[in-house]
Each structure stands twice: as C-alpha cells, then as structure tokens.
Design a protein around this ligand. Structure first.
Ligand SMILES: Cc1ncc(COP(=O)(O)O)c(C=O)c1O
Length: 461
C-alpha cells in the first residue's frame, strides 16, 4: 500500500535542499544569482508585509512578489474564502455548465470600470495581454499593434512582440509585426495610425520598467486619436491596477480615459491563485464570440476556476471594506514625499517618482569629484550596478527586500503590499538614509561590494 502523501513531513525532511533542488532541476541561474548577492535566505514564515527567517528576524517586503501580494501575505479573509471554496466541493470546471462565481466576480470587477461590459478570465498577466491583443486584432480586422518603448507586458510570444526591450526579445524571433512608439509621443502615434493597419495601442499608464509615467493628457489624447482611426486603446493594468497607484486603476487618474480593453492579473487573487482578467466593451466580445460555433474560439482550461474566483471576490471585498486604495494613496504620498525630501541631501539621488505605492528611486551622476570617479567606474562596467549596491545592504543590513527596476537601470522600484503602514514606510526611509549616508561617505563596505560587482560584470561579458 502506498504511503499517504504528507506535505508537512516532506517539507520537514527535504525543505533544506531548496537551493540545490532549484539549481539541479529549474532555472539554475536563480540560485547562482541569489548566492552571489547574498540573497540566499531561508524564509520560514510570512504575514502581511513581513516575513521571518529561521532565527526569527523580521524582513519588510517592499516587492510584494512582483506585485501579486496586494493585500500582503496570508490575508485572513482571502484564506478563509479559499478554505470555504475547497470545503464546498463545488462541481467546478465541468466546462459544460455555468458556475456562479465567475459571473459574480465579473460583476464586482466591472463595477470599478462602468464603461466596460464583459470579462474574460485567464490565468496570468501575460494571458490577459494575449487576450487583449487577439480581441483587438479580431474586432478591428487589422494586424498591427503599437506599444511603447521600454514597455513590459509579459513574456509569452504575443506579449513579447509588444515588449520594448531588446534584452527580452533577442533570439526569440520571428515575433509579430508590431511597432514601438515613444511613451508620450502623439506625433509618432498619429504617424503609425495614418498607415491604416493598426488594431490598437497597448500601454502601461505607469511603466513597470523605470517607473515612467505617461505625461499628463497623453492617454486621453491617444484615445481620441486611436478612435478617430478606428483603433483601440488597451490599458495594461496588470501591475498598476487594483489600487497600486492610489486609484483603482492608474488610467483613472486622468479624467475621460476609457480604454476599450483593460488587462488585470497579479493582485486580483491576493497572490494565492494564478489569475488574469481581460475587461472589454460589449461590441468587442460580441464580435469575437459572434456565433455559437465560436463559443470556444478563445478559452482556457483553468480559466475562471473556483479558487481564483473566490479569492478574487474576497480581495475586492477587503479592498472596499478596508479602504485599500485610500491607504495606498496616503501611505504612498508619505513615502514619496519623505524620499523626495532627500534629493537635496544626497548628490547620488537623482529623482523620486511614481504614484501611490509604485515609487521609483533613480540614482544619477554625482557632482563631487571623489564620488564621480567611483560612479564612472561602475557605469563603465555595467549600468545598474549602483542600484544593485543599494538593494543589497537594504536586505543585508536592514532586512528590507527591494529590487532594481529592470536590467541596466539605476532605478529601484518600490511596490510593497498595499496594506503597509506609516511605520513600515518610516522604517524604509530610515534604512535608505543609512545606506545613502554610507554611499556618500565614499568608503566602507558598500564601495568594496561595488568592486566585487564590477569584477563580476567584467567576467560575465
Ligand atoms: C504591466 C505588466 N503586464 C504583464 C505582466 C505579465 O504578467 P505575468 O507575469 O503574470 O504573466 C507583467 C508582469 O510583471 C506586468 O508588469
């Protein structure tokens, strides 16, 4: 008789092999990178915006699992909804019936964008983008999608075709015949639209890479141009949506913006269950699903599964009851203004930007001779090393997890869970101040670590 599966026993017995197992069977570069920068921690427990290692040390999470943990880890209401949905033993995914949860979640989600009518549920951010790309092409009958330089919309082949970075695209050709335009450049957009073959423009209202915001008025003007040319506006809110930027959707910051399709994922299930949603106008869905024969023309085996739907309903309920969007706006403003106040003190600190709890901290060329020579040395080896030099002591010395916002960028991006409070934000700013003091003192461990990074960058060429 086979032994009964025991998850706890398995983890107790083999959990210690995590890094070796990953190196042997998964992407071997991940443990390699984590060992190199000393991020190879063993976290044992997590709650809200914090996790703990085996010695009981508390870490502050300013990354939220790339934004999926919008409500922090193990939110009790979402957990309960998941226990409840498992205990309910629903006849889920029969595929030839209509379950109540997808309709209920669609209804609740659409209440936040009243100009949209229908939802397609998939399983990830990239799938929500693929859906929008397909729907835009089909609805307009045109082949080409415009995207912004430096855009990130996911890494499957369709979303890679609208990715604005060569580093992600190189070697994966042929991709789709899509075209990049600079974010904010209405003339470039108009030029492409005049060719008459454009289905849509896909845009992140605030780009994840580098935390660059569309200039004021751009989305509204782009929408008008697109509609004049019978093309669609797709807002990718996979990262910026669900309260991240201090509005429910980032496009709502600007009056009169009503995208034809909106992509949502990440935080929708509270980080528990993979989920994606593409929201759109009725006529687009009616065109794609134009006859009974076409009922499965775009579908996903796991789409709208009960766990994802229950988690999504719980998340939206918590967001309303606990005023999560307002918290993101208020705490985000405190974080941004405290950080912006440091730009006069630290010559290496060039800019603080973003909205709500999506903040970019950019470093730049210092003015004093002593720091400038060190900065130039780092830049010559590889762009982005200084930001890495800041991220590492933030974790090692202050137990705060952050990330560099994209390859070759001197920008740190902060996207903490939206439930962080003033104490969390103050802890971050105090730690950041300490690291900046160290960097500006010009000596010490930090610049020694910089030399190690330079050696590695040169060796990796
Ligand atoms: C704006 C945006 N779109 C799409 C994606 C892709 O989402 P996923 O990783 O769930 O496929 C991401 C992921 O970071 C994103 O930030």
């Amino acid at each position: 008789m086979s032994k009964e599966f025991d998850l706890g026993a398995l983890l107790a017995e083999r959990g210690g092999e995590r890094y070796e197992l990953h190196g042997k069977y998964l992407n071997h570069q991940l443990p390699r990178m984590l060992h190199t920068i000393g991020f190879d921690k063993v976290y044992e427990r997590a709650e809200g915006a914090h996790f703990w290692d085996a010695d009981g040390n508390d870490y502050l999470d300013m990354l939220a699992g790339f934004g999926v943990m919008g409500l922090g880890r193990h939110h009790p209401v979402v957990r309960k909804a998941l226990h409840d949905v498992l205990d309910a033993q629903l006849a889920d995914l029969t595929r030839f019936d209509c379950q109540p949860l997808p309709g209920l979640l669609a209804e609740r989600l659409l209440a936040h964008s009243p100009h949209l009518d229908r939802v397609f549920f998939g399983n990830s951010g990239t799938e929500s983008v693929e859906t929008a790309l397909k729907f835009a092409r089909f609805a307009t009958g045109r082949p080409r999608v415009l995207y912004c330089e430096h855009a990130f919309h996911g890494l499957t082949t369709g979303s890679l075709s609208v990715n604005g970075e060569a580093g992600f695209r190189d070697g994966f050709a042929p991709l789709l015949p899509d075209t990049a335009v600079p974010l904010g450049d209405l003339d470039a957009l108009a030029r492409e639209l005049r060719k008459g073959d454009v289905a849509a423009l896909i845009v992140e209202p605030i780009q994840g890479k580098g935390v660059h915001e569309a200039p004021p008025g751009y989305l509204r003007a782009a929408q008008e141009l697109l509609h004049r040319h019978k093309a669609l506006l797709i807002a990718d809110e996979v990262q910026t949506g669900l309260g991240r930027t201090g509005d429910f959707y980032a496009y709502q910051h600007e009056e009169g913006v009503e995208p034809d399709l909106v992509c949502v994922a990440k935080a929708l299930s509270g980080g528990y269950v993979p989920v994606g949603a593409t929201l759109g106008k009725d006529w687009i869905f009616k065109k794609v699903y134009s006859s009974m024969d076409r009922v499965l023309v775009h579908s996903a085996s796991f789409g709208a599964n009960a766990q994802a739907m229950a988690a999504g309903l719980a998340v939206l309920s918590v967001m309303e009851n606990d005023q999560i969007v307002a918290n993101s706006r208020a705490v985000g403003e405190r974080l941004k203004s405290r950080l912006a106040g440091l730009t006069d003190t630290y010559e290496l600190l060039a800019d603080v930007r973003g909205r709500g709890l999506m903040i970019g901290i950019e470093f730049g060329r210092p003015s004093s001779l002593k720091l400038r020579s060190r900065w130039t040395m780092l830049q010559a080896a590889r762009k982005g090393l200084f930001a890495q030099m800041v991220v590492v002591p933030l974790l090692q010395r202050h137990r705060i997890l952050t990330q560099v916002s994209g390859d070759h960028l001197e920008v740190i991006k902060l996207i903490p869970p939206l439930i962080v409070d003033e104490a969390d934000v103050d802890r971050f700013v105090d730690a950041f101040t300490d690291v900046m003091d160290d960097a500006h003192s010009g000596g010490g461990l930090m610049w020694d670590f910089g030399k190690t990074l330079i050696k590695q960058a040169v060796a990796n060429r």
